[in-house]
Write a protein that binds this ligand. Sequence first.
Ligand code: ATP
Length: 619
Amino acid sequence: MRKETPVIKLREEPGDNDVNEQRAPLAAFSDETDSISTLMKIQKTVQHFAALLANVLHLEVEIVDNALHRIAGTGPYSQRLGQIPASNTLLLSEVIDRQREVVIFDSQRNSLCLACTQRESCKERGFVGVPVIYKQRCLGVISLVAINNDQLHHLRTHTTMFIEYIRHISTLLAANITELQQKESRIDPFLAFIAQQTEQGVIIFDAQRRIIFINKFASQQLNISVIPPYPAVISPLLEKKSEEQDITLSLNDHCWRLYGRWQESDNGVLLVLFRSLQQINDLREPKTPEIKNLTGDSRAMRKLKALINRIAPSPSSVMIIGESGTGKEVVAHAIHRLSPRYNKAFVAINCAAIPENLLESELFGYAKGAFTGAAPGGKKGLIQLASGGTLFLDEIGDMPLTLQARLLRAIESREVMPVGASQPVQVDIRIISATHQNLQEKISQGLFREDLYYRLNVVPLYLPPLRKRENDLVLLLDHFLVLHAERVGRPVTGVSPEVLRLLSAYPWPGNVRELSNLVEYLVNIVPEGEIIDSSLLPPVYHLRAYHGDTPDAPENPSPTSITFPAASIENDAVSNLKTVEKTLIEEALQRVHNKKQIADELGIGVATLYRKIKKYGLT
Ligand SMILES: Nc1ncnc2c1ncn2[C@@H]1O[C@H](COP(=O)(O)OP(=O)(O)OP(=O)(O)O)[C@@H](O)[C@H]1O
């Protein structure tokens, strides 16, 4: 990784000529569409005209563009090209703003000069400024300056004639602008056009290392608003031209460190391509990887994603706490994929869905001939299978106490003892567990081991219920519409505003899983080519009375204690909902005998289904 800042101004020294100079602010780009002003584009001709005028008129000449950058000049005005002169900016601005000539012979007392901060040190005795007008736009100012008494006298005596003459020159210049631009442009207009569109800095130097082209991106990065006519020093240009490298560019009294590549043609023309500071930073610090399959952009989900990115690389145990169907397994997967174990196994087991007597051998495996009916060669347990990777223990709160003790031992000793084995097996696992229950309550009831809880809950992650993820419903709806339409092999249809309104008001007790199942159902039943309207929604989605009344889960990041308030919503709507739920489960149990199928149909996990069967006394 590179450490240097790629574009830095190393030094900026004050000017050494008679007037204080200031650098052009970036915002002062004179042409709206281009960083280089029209006069700058024909700088050579402008400089030629300035010298010509000074010679024949015996006065100093200064020419600035409409952003006040000095384009050309004679005597003291031949320096600091590309910069804003400080001494007579008010006069020059007056010419540009009013598009009229300004003549001043009483420089100390004139009202325009009175406002000037440089008045005390100003050496100019007389000034005549004439605007350069092109297509009713002022491109800049040609000014004649008297800096001694002789020149002042000379300027005074011939003012009208001089103004006429400059007007003539200025008209001549303006009339030939297009032609001059083409003549002075030393790069192909197509190439220039392409380079202007590039999101990289492009600078082309002639064989003497004078800039002959700079694209807008580069001029903004370097804060160069006018091409300085001085040769640059570019070093070091390492042999490996096509590889990005540090390049130092010194120009006049400025120095920049760039990070980019270069190419030189046979005739010495040099092309330098470089990146912006932001681009380098992006390269250095890759953006937080997008967590695949975890749709959601609500504040809570963004916070959660940031936390996942932060904790994923560590080997510490993570406990995901959230209601059923909120996406705990999706989060566990995301953590695994973002961890160094990403290319090893991700083994998931639902502790509530496996009968207690089988869970032990599933988790720890068994040795040859451990018990009657066991596979003759023995069987590797899931913990062993997850070695090197991640073990995801879903519904950890339902793990029997005896197994909790064995699991704790396995975590602490980093080895497992398969059932019936005499030798332990070394394991290296990261454990991610998940629960929808209040484990602290279970601890106080003696149903969950406190020591195991602290072992597993090193990093708690709270997954918010769907009703608490503002706007995510729309994103998820869209996600599942595309997903299920593709699976079912139908074109994607939309939903009516009424459907969106009803779904937004619905409390989603089955969370994301319930939404996914609903969308799958709707995609199946909607007539081809039609949008999903509210008549297709099952009755339960028309019940919206208790929206927003549910207890909050804690936010991430959070204290290690989990405080899920016990469900306490006892109003009519909830009763209604519970009755509907009970009836739905009852009806499904009579119709279908496979619990997994019922759970899928109802949009809940198998473990949740078992819990609800128990709760409603349906066994
Ligand atoms: N943010 C999400 N973006 C896209 N799909 C999601 C998201 N969250 C959950 N899902 C989908 O919803 C379904 C349920 O998710 P998951 O099984 O991870 O929930 P869970 O919290 O582990 O449920 P349970 O507690 O019942 O085991 C899955 O099909 C999953 O792909």
